[in-house]
Design a protein around this ligand. Structure first.
Ligand SMILES: *[C@@H]1O[C@H](CO)[C@@H](O)[C@H](O)[C@H]1NC(C)=O
Length: 434
């Protein structure tokens, strides 16, 4: 046999062997992505009842870079409207996590006592289930249960995670909201959805495939109607796209990306994405909220090429051992403060009252016009939330006082006026639900 034939033979047999061994839970490298379109028999549309991606050829891969862009370029080319995704190859390659978190034993030993939130591997937004447990309990069980850690990255673990240079100056650095940990034995599948925040999703272990679709195609994608606070999802079964029910899916252009350990993908705010993982999978994400203008005033003086750990930057929402709640998905509290101040300016008032707060509450929670009246029960809730800010119980706060509110007070208010876009995780449900 010629060397080429031998190599080909080896590749084919190894693919077949792997297929046979992992017929149920496929391994890391043996899933073809993007898929090859299958010709349709029986006159049904191409890709009917096949996974998302089989209905139309992709436009191509997501644009990729071998070195993360400097913050100003990242802003100009990707993070300002219209937002465009990108892939950074090996952007966190130097992070200790990429070496250390390959081992469950390491994670158990060092971080096993920290609590995480657990979801189902196959996401179901109509019947969300959520548990809270120590990482050690998760690691003891995750190979035989359908469990998926989707949780705030516990504070101590941030020390082993790197922040890519694109986020190391200007508003990026100041607007990081939270970082999340994703950990499973593989075979996870998200629904097709979009989030309010920008997200840098970095893979530490395993393989993840992404299907990316611009937000403007939402009306072809069977959107659920309870879209909230800038996030949303589709009802489509991503494993079996029904083209009789949703024929327009075939018209939707998409791009794709496959991440390997050390790689990151920028998933812009409101950009649809569908994510699948293969093999043991660990990822860390960094989220921040979009801003309209880039203030680069500190970029000339900051050393963005110095290795920076995630523990060296400020995040708004964090979790450490002993915290009663693990709150994910809340807004930027500095932005909330600015909205309050702006409301006072727009309404030309010098006293911020429960009624002022109720306008924002109605806007966020009821998804109604801002001048809609709140019911008495909602109003009672708003008064309680207001009382966190009104420390001397005057019945109002001034702009001066708003400017002086500390972060913890603002968080209490944020938890009260906005429902989180992600799990909050106080309750520990029965273990057998998952
Ligand atoms: C830009 O950011 C700096 C701090 O980094 C701040 O002092 C300055 O006021 C900001 N400029 C504007 C126009 O917001």
């Amino acid at each position: 046999m010629s060397p080429i034939k031998a190599a080909l033979f080896w590749t084919l047999t190894s693919v077949f062997c792997v297929d046979a061994i992992f017929a149920k839970d496929v391994g890391n490298e043996d899933v073809l992505f993007p898929p090859t379109l299958q010709p349709s028999d029986s006159g049904l549309p191409v890709g009917h009842l096949l996974p998302l991606g089989y209905q139309r050829e992709p436009e191509g891969p997501v644009k990729e870079y071998t070195q993360p862009l400097a913050p100003t370029e990242f802003w100009e080319q990707h993070a300002r409207d219209p937002y465009t995704p990108l892939v950074y190859r090996q952007a966190i390659a130097k992070a200790p996590a990429v070496t250390n978190w390959q081992s469950d034993e390491y994670i158990r030993e060092k971080y096993g006592d920290l609590d995480v939130l657990i979801e189902k591997k196959i996401e179901d937004r109509m019947n969300p289930v959520r548990l809270r447990m120590p990482l050690s309990e998760f690691l003891d069980n995750y190979h035989h249960k359908q469990w998926y850690v989707v949780s705030l990255l516990p504070d101590p673990m941030r020390a082993e995670m790197q922040v890519p240079r694109s986020l190391l100056c200007g508003n990026f650095k100041d607007s990081i909201l939270e970082s999340n940990l994703w950990l499973s034995s593989g075979g996870t599948r998200s629904v097709l959805h979009y989030d309010a925040d920008h997200n840098l999703h970095c893979l530490i272990s395993g393989r993840k495939d992404f299907i990316m679709i611009p937000n403007k195609y939402g009306d072809k994608l069977d959107l659920a109607d309870n879209q909230k606070a800038g996030s949303g999802f589709t009802h489509m079964n991503v494993d079996k796209v029904d083209l009789v029910k949703n024929p327009e899916v075939s018209e939707v252009p998409w791009t794709w990306a496959t991440l390997h350990p050390g790689d990151c993908i920028f998933i812009p705010s409101r950009y649809f994405h569908q994510v699948r993982s293969y093999g043991r999978s660990v990822a860390a994400t960094i989220m921040w909220d979009p801003f309209p203008k880039f203030n680069d005033s500190d970029c000339a003086t900051r050393d963005i090429d110095k290795y920076t750990a995630l523990s060296d930057v400020r995040l708004q929402w964090t979790y450490k051992k002993g915290d009663k709640v693990i709150d994910m998905g809340y807004m930027n509290v500095e932005m909330m403060r600015n909205i309050f101040l702006q409301m006072m300016e727009d309404e030309e008032i010098d006293k911020f009252t429960p009624e002022t707060l109720s306008l924002l509450y109605a806007h966020n929670m009821l998804d109604e016009e801002e001048d809609e009246e709140l019911g008495e029960e909602d109003m009672e809730h708003v008064r309680i939330v207001f009382s966190y800010m009104d420390k001397d119980k005057k019945g109002y706060v001034t702009a001066e006082e708003l400017r002086g509110l500390d972060m913890e007070t603002l968080k209490l208010v944020a938890r009260g006026v906005e429902s989180a876009h992600g799990p909050v995780g106080e309750d520990t449900g029965p273990r057998d639900e998952l």
